[in-house]
Design a binder for this molecule. Structure first.
Ligand SMILES: Nc1ncnc2c1ncn2[C@@H]1O[C@H](COP(=O)(O)OP(=O)(O)OP(=O)(O)O)[C@@H](O)[C@H]1O
Ligand SMILES: [Mg+2]
Length: 357
């Protein structure tokens, strides 16, 4: 499962405003990629263009040998079934309860019976920890719960391509850690191709196989995680290390005076590259690459301290145990088994937090 998406020379404008031009990248089948970039650089526009909701001015998006930018609306409708999308605002229907919102793609795109729909929706609701909230309207629940309902809806068609636009915005740090674990576990289980837009640098550093950075109307860099985390390219380095020193200013680009004022300042050394976040049950992800492989193959010396088990997925729920060790200890509700299934941790944490909030 999981399909490759080959984007070539993609350009998008709105009137006289160029959002980005000549974006070329390949999202490898079954891998997790993250797209970063300052606010307003067109990350959401990029996701909407990939699903065919926005038409690019130039370029191609090839999936399974078909160029999405040239498809008729009827064929595009067909290709969209490959996608599971969580939009930045959740985009739930305000007048429908959560159950109907999550069931919507099944009713729209499949001929499944209501009994089958009930089973699938129930499974996804459990996965994201929304049991008991099925009858609530989006306006009656918290932002975090709306986000999880959006996640459940994105997964309901068992998509081959999963696009998440800031799934972690508005989530507390513990939830974000569980969400990251859910993404890695899901990828191991269904092997879909993931593209995640996030502003969370820890997520970007530890979850994906590949990282991209949109900046100043172009794709500054896209490639394996280790390539960007060891890069000295000023924009990449500044963004991935959340530094003030560098070309990116408060209003996108710094002017010449601001850059001159910084010229004597020394940058801190690059931090160690953490090991990639392992699956919670130690299951291998088919597309995962051995730690340090890209650096070795390209003659790049990673920052000192990289790839040590003490740097495993810093900030993750998992402790400093290696991938092969036992599952992380997720808080479980009373009466639930002490060893959670790989995908139950997020749900368990969600229940717990909702109970106390
Ligand atoms: N439908 C539209 N019509 C005209 N301009 C648009 C439209 N959608 C987005 N834009 C513009 O495109 C630019 C990029 O917007 P986008 O939402 O993709 O940014 P982003 O990188 O996702 O930012 P953030 O990190 O804040 O979510 C913005 O200047 C926005 O105003
Ligand atoms: Mg956005």
């Amino acid at each position: 499962m999981g399909v490759e998406i080959a984007v070539t020379g993609l350009t998008k404008t709105f009137g006289s405003q160029t959002i980005w031009r000549d974006v070329t990248l390949t999202l490898p089948a079954g891998e997790i990629s993250v797209m970063l970039g300052p606010s307003g650089t067109g990350k959401s526009v990029f996701l909407k263009t990939l699903v065919g909701l926005l038409k690019p001015d130039a370029g191609s998006i090839v999936i399974n040998g078909r160029d999405l930018t040239r498809l008729r609306e009827a064929d595009l409708y067909d290709v969209r079934k490959l996608f599971g999308v969580l939009f930045q605002d959740g985009a739930l229907f305000g007048s429908m309860n959560l159950y109907d919102n999550i069931a919507f793609p099944l009713r729209e795109h499949t001929k499944k019976t209501e009994a089958e729909i009930k089973r699938i929706v129930g499974e996804k609701i459990e996965l994201v920890g929304l049991q008991g909230a099925e009858g609530k309207l989006p306006g009656e629940i918290s932002g975090g719960m709306r986000k999880r309902a959006g996640l459940a809806r994105a997964l309901v068609l068992d998509p081959e391509i999963i696009l998440f636009d800031e799934p972690d915005s508005g989530l507390d740090p513990v939830r974000t850690a569980y969400l990251n674990q859910l993404i890695v576990d899901l990828n191991a289980q269904i092997e879909a191709t993931f593209l995640i837009v996030t502003h969370d640098i820890n997520t970007a550093r530890t979850v994906p196989d590949n990282i991209g950075l949109l900046y100043h109307r172009h794709l500054a860099m896209f490639g394996p995680r280790e390539m960007l985390l060891s890069s000295e390219e000023p924009v990449v380095r500044q963004f991935l290390n959340a530094q003030r020193i560098g070309p990116i200013g408060m209003s996108e680009e710094k002017d010449a005076d601001e850059l001159a004022a910084e010229s004597g300042q020394e940058l801190p050394p690059l931090p160690p590259i953490a090991l990639q976040l392992p699956t919670s049950d130690g299951r291998a992800r088919r597309t995962a690459r051995p730690a340090g492989e890209w650096c070795r193959a390209n003659g790049v010396t990673p920052p000192p301290g990289s790839f040590q088990t003490s740097t495993v997925a810093a900030g993750a729920i998992a402790s400093s145990t290696p991938a092969s060790a036992s599952a992380p200890t997720a808080p479980t509700a009373p009466g639930t088994p002490s060893t959670p299934s790989p995908l139950s941790s997020y749900a368990a944490s969600a229940e717990l937090v909702d109970e106390v909030s």
